[in-house]
Design a protein around this ligand. Sequence first.
Ligand SMILES: Nc1ncnc2c1ncn2[C@@H]1O[C@H](COP(=O)(O)OP(=O)(O)OP(=O)(O)O)[C@@H](O)[C@H]1O
Ligand SMILES: [Mg+2]
Length: 423
Amino acid sequence: MDEVYSELVQSQVELEQKNAELEEARQFIDSVVAAMTDVLIVCDRSGRIEQVNRALERLTGQSGKSLAGQPLEVLLAPGQEPLFDELRSKLHGGVGLGDCEVSFIDSTGTPTLLSMSCSSRCDHKGRFVGLVLIGRPVGELRRAYTELAAAHQDLRQAQKQLVFSEKMAALGRLVAGVAHELNNPISFVFGNMHALKRYGGRLTKYLQAIDRGESPDQLLKLRNSLKIDRILLDVGPLVEGTLEGAERVSEIVQDLRRFSSSQTEPLENFNVSRVVRTAISWVVKTTRIKPEVVLDLPDRLEVVSRRGPVHQIMVNLVQNAIDVMAEQPEPKLVVSGAREGQWVVVRVRDFGPGMSAVVMKRLFEPFFTTKPIGKGTGLGLYVSYGLAEELGGQLDGANHEDGGAVFTLRLPAQEVPDAEPSR
Ligand SMILES: Nc1ncnc2c1ncn2[C@@H]1O[C@H](COP(=O)(O)OP(=O)(O)OP(=O)(O)O)[C@@H](O)[C@H]1O
Ligand SMILES: [Mg+2]
């Protein structure tokens, strides 16, 4: 009897011990579930809620007790009702479910998007007994992402505007140079047209004499006095010259349009030598200082790029080079260009004071300028650097070993050297 009693006591002690362990395990699991910031929903095989965690209670404003036994659908936003059946059939089909997005009704009655992962729950015999859903609200994340994307877009727009403003400012400075460039061919065209007008008058006079049926002697006299034969020889070259002048005007206008356009042109093959020459002449004709310009440029130097930005970069480099030589007794600008492997390299060298270590470090920073207020914006090199990168090229600045600064622009060379040459 004593033995039976002591066994009973022993079992009782063991049972209490197991019970305490069980209670401890339950508390441990409860504390983990309660600490989860993701929402947790456990459903039975018919989609009825068995258990939820605190994160879900906070999100929906409903207690776990009131939700227990209710169908999962009570938590979902309208239109999401077939969710449980869909999830169940997918999980039954052996398809594991990673993230899917599900809309829940939150405590304020508004739909909130959750990124859900879902797994099936099985009993100890491996039979399907329900689903476990774990989700995280993505609304905040998405809103933050949308705001970030909008800010990024605004920034890009502002930067585009900056490039354009810088270009417009440069254009303002260049107007005198461009006017000068235009003046030459236009006066040429004018002169030729006046000559052609005079020639037209004389030819008309001569034709009228023929129509009147004047004698061959008189006609010959008239032909000599009106210099008809010289006119006939002159007309061809005059027309040719006029056309050339008109073409030059049209080229300058095209350059101007390209330079001032806010549109991005497509990449194209072109001769960068011509763009470099035009940029130098526009700047040099505008500045008070007239440097000696030494050009070491082949007639043709083919690149794959965009004329407008290349022109803008060259204008900035040449303008800077001339600015730093304001006090030089003999300012000199050396511009060279050559193909170096896959690059076409254009170097702009001046004979100014060169750059200190501090200037060199901050050269491409926006708004960095050592010029007096009102003279420089400090955007020239910043914008040029960005443009060079956008063109798949590079821009560097350094001091030349023999004094002065040298800026090097690298642009992608045309791949097939003997391809159809561009204009
Ligand atoms: N060739 C050069 N030699 C020496 N210093 C230079 C040279 N080019 C640029 N710098 C220095 O870099 C600074 C920035 O040049 P950047 O072209 O960006 O602006 P900026 O010429 O001052 O103004 P802007 O916006 O009108 O071009 C200049 O103020 C100057 O101090
Ligand atoms: Mg500048």
